[in-house]
Design a protein around this ligand. Structure first.
Ligand code: FBP
Length: 343
């Protein structure tokens, strides 16, 4: 974390651009060639392009709905499409990515001219319900390996558990634009400086506090929850000085924003299954797994309620799962209480 009086140790890379940070091999990826570096640069370019559109959205008549419905059955926002098309165009350009699976697309889009051994999964614009009201939104992505010697990628190539992702990250378009990235070892955040057009390292080796004092869940779903989830929410709201309860409640309604706050400040974010979304609401491939990879790499936890999100192998492209992430002690408490009542 940087502050006016902060004098970074010589070993610190704070202030380095994302590009130099990658080029200096700070993201050690076994067997990486220049392709991974170039792919990360493509993704940061995508983030720069999207942040430009998001920041001027109100002026450019790109707020509001397209009138279409996507594969999730959700009404599509104009910015959803713009972000999706920006990502496709960026990834197609240099051939490092063999195929993209996106929240906005029923099937993956394949890049036959690609030479790279990587796949990308993405939620190009997360937090759609907040787009028109100028509340933080984001982009979530994961990078998967694809062995070209086994032939061109297929739908099956995407059925990989989060534990096997090469890298994951998200971009939050909030008071500033911040890109958070991990290759499984260490989590770093880069803040975008629009005057320089560069992402600069601003948070090095982020560690999620082991315990927090904030819980984040859509309480509007209360009547749909299981007994265990209701008991857990009652627990965090109960008064107990020794364990720092009651916790404060924060809920933005954009996964990236709620996850980012939880990562930096600690506490817990939960989107459990309920009787409207019996399998959960958030998507495994391009929402839950990338966020889970970041929390585990930062010393936090990510669970479905009784097992790690990262150990789930997807069976469908748009598969939904419950997602509970945060400080280890708080996620342990969630699992214990929910487990007691929802056997
Ligand atoms: P999309 O906006 O990309 O569809 O993501 C789903 C999402 O908006 C998450 O960002 C957020 O955590 C959740 O849904 C909010 O759901 P709800 O409005 O039911 O609380």
């Amino acid at each position: 974390m940087t502050s006016p009086s902060w004098n970074p140790p010589d070993s610190s890379q704070v202030g380095a651009t994302l590009e130099t940070f990658i080029l200096e091999g700070m993201f050690q990826v076994p067997g990486a060639t220049g392709t991974f570096t170039a792919l990360l640069n493509q993704i940061s370019l995508t983030a720069k392009l999207i942040t430009g559109r998001v920041r001027s959205a109100g002026l450019a008549d790109i707020l509001g709905y397209t009138g279409e419905t996507n594969v999730q059955g959700e009404t599509v926002q104009k910015l959803d499409i713009i972000a999706n098309e920006t990502m496709i165009a960026s990834l197609r350009r240099q051939g490092h990515c063999a195929a993209l699976a996106s929240e906005e697309l029923e099937e993956p889009v394949y890049f036959p001219k690609a030479t790279g051994n990587y796949l990308v999964v993405a939620d190009p614009l997360d937090g759609s319900s907040n787009i028109d009201v100028n509340v933080s939104i984001g982009t979530i992505f994961g990078i998967l390996r694809h062995d070209r010697s086994k032939g061109p990628p297929t739908l099956e190539s995407f059925m990989q558990r989060g534990r096997d992702y090469v890298a994951s990250g998200y971009v939050i378009y909030g008071s500033s634009t911040v890109l958070v990235l991990t290759t499984g070892k260490g989590v770093h955040a880069f803040t975008y400086d629009p005057t320089a057009g560069e992402f600069f390292l601003s948070h090095e080796n982020i560690r999620c506090p082991t315990k927090g004092s904030i819980y984040s869940v859509n309480e509007g779903n209360q009547s749909r929850w299981s007994e265990g989830v209701k008991r857990w929410v009652a627990h965090v709201k109960d008064t107990d000085k020794a364990s720092g309860r009651p916790y404060s409640h924060r809920y933005v309604g954009s996964l990236v924003a709620d996850a980012h706050r939880t990562l930096l400040k600690g506490g817990i974010f939960a989107y459990p299954a309920d009787n409207k979304n019996p399998k959960g609401k958030l998507r495994l491939l391009y929402e839950a797994s990338p966020v889970a990879m970041i929390f585990e790499a930062a010393g936090g936890r990510a669970t479905l309620g009784n097992s790690s999100v990262l150990d789930i192998t997807p069976s469908e492209l748009h598969q939904r799962v419950p997602l509970i992430v945060g400080s280890t002690e708080d996620v342990d408490t969630y699992e214990r209480i929910v487990g007691e009542y929802d056997r």
